[in-house]
Write a protein that binds this ligand. Structure first.
Ligand code: ADP
Ligand code: MG
Length: 700
C-alpha cells in the first residue's frame, strides 16, 4: 500500500481548483498521460520549467532583439482601433526613452484594452518582439501590468513546456497549488552521499525547481535537479533489481527444441537467413536452453529482418510444447505481424491467433479459453496480451516488439502475475549502452548488423515544397508503371483537428490527380478502418497512401518503393529514418523525396543532408545524438530521457552509475526493504511510480 503521507501528491489532478473537462484533456496531453483520470498532482510537481524570463535586465524598445521574449516598461502613447468592419488588428502604441513599439491585438475588445492600457499610464509588458520594416511590434503580449496601480510582474519567472490552448498563467497557478501539497519526506539517501553531492532534501528540491532564480537553476546540473535525477535513477535501478531478484528465484524452463517446425518454416521461406540473423537465433536458443531465464535485447536497424528471428525463437518454444506471445506497440502492427507470421508458418500446422483491444465479446471469451487450455501455440497482440484476465497454460517466451517505446511495465506485470517466461525485446534504434542499462537493467544484446541480401540503396533527394506539381507529375508516371507511394504529412499544429485537416486536404488535392488510387490513413480512424486501408494498399488496389506518422512504426509493404515526406524539416532524424525505412524493403530500387518549406534552419539542413548521405541507422543515430540529445533520438519525449521525468542520461550519466551501485548495496543488506531506510525507500519507489516491484516483497 502506498504510504499515506504521499496521498496529497497522488490525489487526482482534477482535485486542484480550476481544472475542468476541457482543460483537463489538455493537461493530460501536457503531462503525457492518456486521460485526465490518469493524472495526479505529482505529475505537475514533476513538470519542471525549461527556461526563465529574467526581468531584471530590460533592454528598452530599440534594443529588443528580433524574435526574442522581452519585458519592457513603457508609457502608453495612443490607441489605434481598427476601422469598423475590417479584420485588422487593434494597435496600442507604447513609448520609452529608446523608441516606440506597437502592441497588436486581434479580435480584441476595445473597452477592455482602454481599461487595461489607459493613455499615459506606465505599463510593464512581456512577450515576443517582431521587427518589420524597422518597426517593432508585440502580438498579444504574454503579460501586461500597470505600474501605477502597484501591479508588477515577477522579476524572474519560470517558463514551462506548454501545449496549445493552455494559459501559462493558469498553469503556473496550478503548479503553485500542487507544490503546496508536497509533504515532508523521510530521507532515503546515505548521509555521506548527501554531503558529497550537496543534495538538499527531496521535498525542498521539488519546490526549488519551480522557483529558479537564474539560468543556472534551469541547468540539469543545478543541485536540486541533480538530487531529483538521482532519486529517479535510484528508484528505477531498485525496481529493476527487484524484478531481477524475483526472476532469479523462479527457475528457468530449459528448452530443447527438436528443430522440426523451424525446418518447415525455413523450407517455406523465400529467402535464407542472413549471417547475423542466424547468429541471433543461435544466441537465443542457447539462452533458452540454459537454467537461467533469458533476458535479451535484439537490436537491428529498420528492415534488418527482426520479425523472422522472433518467429524462429517462438517455433523453438512451440516444438517443446510451450506457448509464445509476440507483443507489438500498436494494433496495426500486431495485425500485420499476425498476417506475416501466419503466412511464414503456414506449412507447420501450428495454432496462431491475434489478441488486441479490439478482440471483444464472445470471440474474446472463446479465445481466452483456448489460450488457457493450451489450444493456441502463438498469440500475437498488443498490451491486451498481458491484461489481468488473460491466463496462459504454458507461456515460455514473450517477445516484445518495442520499436521506440520503452518500458519495464509490461515485464513487471508479467512477473507480478507469477509467470516468468523467457523474454526477448526487439528494438530498431541503436540504443546507447547507458540507456539500455537505465531502461532494462543488465540485459544481453544480439545485433543484426547486415541487411538482407538483394536490397538496393534508397536514393534520397531534398526538394523545396514549391515543386509540388512537378513531383506529382513524376509520381503519375511512376504509378502508371505500377509503383506504390507513401506520402507523409507531418504534425502541423498542436491540435489533432488541424492535423487531420492537413492530411485530408492533401488527400483531396492528390485525388484530383490520382482519382481513387489514393488512400488516406490517420490516427483518428478506427483500427478496422486502418486495417482495410492498409490491406487495400498492400493488394495494390490503391497505389498512393497519404498518411500521418501512424505508418512510422514497422509497416511492411515490400513493393512500395517511393516515399514522399512533406515538411521533412519538421521531423527528427530518427523519425525520418524510420519513415524512409518503409521503402527499400523489396528487390526494386526505391527513392525518398524530402520536401521542405521556407528557409531551413542550420540544424534542419544538417538533418536533411545526413539523410541524403547515409542509410546507416547507426551513423544516423550518432548524428542525431550529436544534434539533438538522446531523448529525441528515441523519438519519444520532447526532452529528457524516455521513461524519466527529471533524469537525463546525457546530463546525469555519472549519477546513474552511483545509483546502480547504491541499489545493489541496499538490496544486498535489506532485500525486503524492512529497515528504517528500507521503509523510506518504499516511499521513494511510490513517489516515482516504480512501486509495481514492491509487490514482490514479503510484507509488500
Ligand atoms: P524489421 O527488422 O524492421 O522488423 P522485418 O522483419 O519487417 O524488418 O523485415 C523486413 C523485410 O525483409 C520483410 O519483408 C522480410 O520478409 C524481409 N527479410 C527478412 N529477412 C530476410 C532475409 N534474410 N533475406 C531477404 N529478405 C528478408
Ligand atoms: Mg519490425
Amino acid at each position: 500500500m502506498r504510504p499515506s503521507l504521499l496521498d496529497p501528491l497522488f490525489a487526482a489532478l482534477s482535485s486542484l481548483p480550476g481544472i475542468g473537462a476541457k482543460t483537463g484533456e489538455l493537461y493530460a496531453r501536457l503531462l503525457g498521460r492518456e486521460t485526465l483520470d490518469d493524472c495526479r498532482v505529482i505529475d505537475l510537481v514533476f513538470h519542471a520549467p525549461t527556461s526563465i524570463i529574467d526581468r531584471r535586465k530590460q533592454p528598452g524598445i530599440a534594443l529588443a532583439p528580433q524574435g526574442s521574449i522581452v519585458t519592457l516598461t513603457a508609457r502608453v502613447d495612443r490607441h489605434q482601433p481598427p476601422p469598423r468592419g475590417s479584420n485588422q488588428p487593434y494597435r496600442v502604441f507604447l513609448q520609452d526613452d529608446t523608441g516606440e513599439l506597437a502592441l497588436v491585438f486581434f479580435r480584441a475588445k476595445g473597452n477592455w484594452l482602454e481599461k487595461s492600457l489607459p493613455i499615459d499610464e506606465t505599463v510593464m509588458v512581456s512577450g515576443k518582439v517582431d521587427w518589420f520594416n524597422g518597426r517593432p511590434s508585440m502580438v498579444h503580449p504574454d503579460h501586461m501590468a500597470r505600474i501605477s496601480e502597484g501591479e508588477s510582474l515577477p522579476l524572474v519567472e519560470p517558463i514551462y513546456p506548454m501545449t496549445g490552448g493552455l494559459s501559462a498563467k493558469v498553469l503556473r497557478k496550478l503548479i503553485e497549488a500542487a507544490i503546496a501539497k508536497i509533504p515532508e519526506l523521510p530521507e532515503w539517501l546515505d548521509a555521506s552521499l548527501l554531503q558529497q553531492e550537496d543534495f538538499s532534501p527531496t521535498s525542498v528540491a521539488l519546490r526549488e525547481i519551480h522557483h529558479p532564480e537564474d539560468e543556472a537553476d534551469i541547468d540539469p546540473q543545478a543541485p536540486m535537479r541533480r538530487r531529483l535525477a538521482y532519486d529517479e535513477f535510484l528508484a528505477g535501478q531498485l525496481s529493476l533489481a527487484l524484478v531481477r531478484a524475483r526472476l532469479r528465484k523462479t527457475p528457468g524452463i530449459p528448452i530443447q527444441p527438436t528443430g522440426k517446425l523451424s525446418k518447415l518454416v525455413m523450407d517455406a521461406l523465400p529467402f535464407s537467413l542472413t549471417g547475423s540473423q542466424s547468429t541471433a537465433v543461435a544466441e537465443i536458443l542457447k539462452d533458452m536452453a540454459g537454467e537461467d531465464r533469458m533476458l535479451r535485447l535484439l537490436q537491428g536497424d529498420v528492415g534488418s529482418g527482426k520479425t523472422v528471428v522472433a518467429l524462429m525463437s517462438m517455433m523453438a518454444v512451440v516444438e517443446c510444447g510451450g506457448q509464445a506471445v509476440l507483443m507489438a506497440p500498436t494494433e496495426i502492427l500486431a495485425r500485420q505481424h499476425f498476417a506475416t507470421l501466419s503466412n511464414m508458418a503456414r506449412t507447420t500446422g501450428i495454432r496462431m491467433e491475434v489478441l488486441t483491444g479490439r478482440t471483444k465479446g464472445r470471440e474474446r471469451d472463446d479465445l481466452l479459453a483456448r489460450i488457457a487450455a493450451g489450444e493456441i501455440d502463438i498469440v500475437i497482440g498488443t498490451h491486451a496480451l498481458f491484461q489481468d484476465n488473460v491466463a496462459y497454460k504454458n507461456l515460455q517466451l514473450a517477445v516484445v516488439d518495442e520499436q521506440h517505446r520503452f518500458g519495464v511495465h509490461q515485464r513487471l506485470r508479467l512477473t507480478a502475475k507469477g509467470i516468468s517466461p523467457h523474454m526477448l525485446v526487439m528494438t530498431a534504434t541503436p540504443i546507447p549502452r547507458t540507456l539500455v542499462l537505465a531502461a532494462f537493467g543488465d540485459m544481453d544484446v544480439s545485433k543484426l548488423t547486415e541487411k538482407p541480401a538483394g536490397r538496393k540503396p534508397i536514393q534520397t533527394v531534398i526538394m523545396p515544397g514549391e515543386r509540388l506539381e512537378q513531383i506529382i507529375h513524376r509520381l503519375q508516371t511512376a504509378v502508371a508503371e505500377g509503383r506504390k507511394v507513401y506520402w507523409i504529412c507531418p504534425l502541423v499544429e498542436e491540435t489533432e483537428e488541424s492535423n487531420l485537416m492537413s492530411v485530408e486536404e492533401r488527400h483531396s488535392v492528390l485525388s484530383q490527380f490520382f482519382g481513387n488510387q489514393v488512400a488516406l490513413i490517420h490516427g483518428r480512424m478506427s483500427g478496422q478502418e486502418k486495417d482495410e486501408v492498409m490491406a487495400g494498399f498492400k493488394r495494390g488496389e490503391t497505389r498512393l497512401l497519404v498518411a500521418t506518422t501512424v505508418i512510422e512504426v514497422g509497416v511492411d509493404v515490400p513493393d512500395a518503393t517511393i516515399m514522399v515526406i512533406e515538411h521533412a524539416e519538421r521531423f527528427g532524424l530518427a523519425q525520418l529514418h524510420q519513415l524512409r525505412g518503409r521503402v527499400g524493403r523489396g528487390s526494386e530500387a526505391s527513392s525518398c523525396i524530402l520536401l521542405y518549406s521556407g528557409k531551413l534552419s542550420q540544424n534542419a539542413e544538417a538533418r536533411l543532408k545526413i539523410m541524403r548521405e547515409t542509410e546507416d541507422g547507426f551513423v544516423i543515430a550518432e548524428e542525431d545524438l550529436r544534434l539533438r540529445g538522446e531523448g529525441e533520438l528515441l523519438g519519444t519525449r520532447q526532452s529528457g530521457t524516455p521513461g524519466f521525468v527529471i533524469a537525463s542520461l546525457e546530463a546525469h550519466a555519472d549519477l546513474l552509475e552511483i545509483a546502480r551501485k547504491d541499489a545493489h548495496y541496499l538490496l544486498d543488506r535489506d532485500p525486503e526493504l524492512d529497515s528504517a531506510r528500507g521503509k523510506a525507500i518504499r516511499v521513494l519507489l511510490y513517489l516515482f511510480r516504480r512501486d509495481e516491484a514492491i509487490r514482490f516483497l514479503k510484507a509488500g
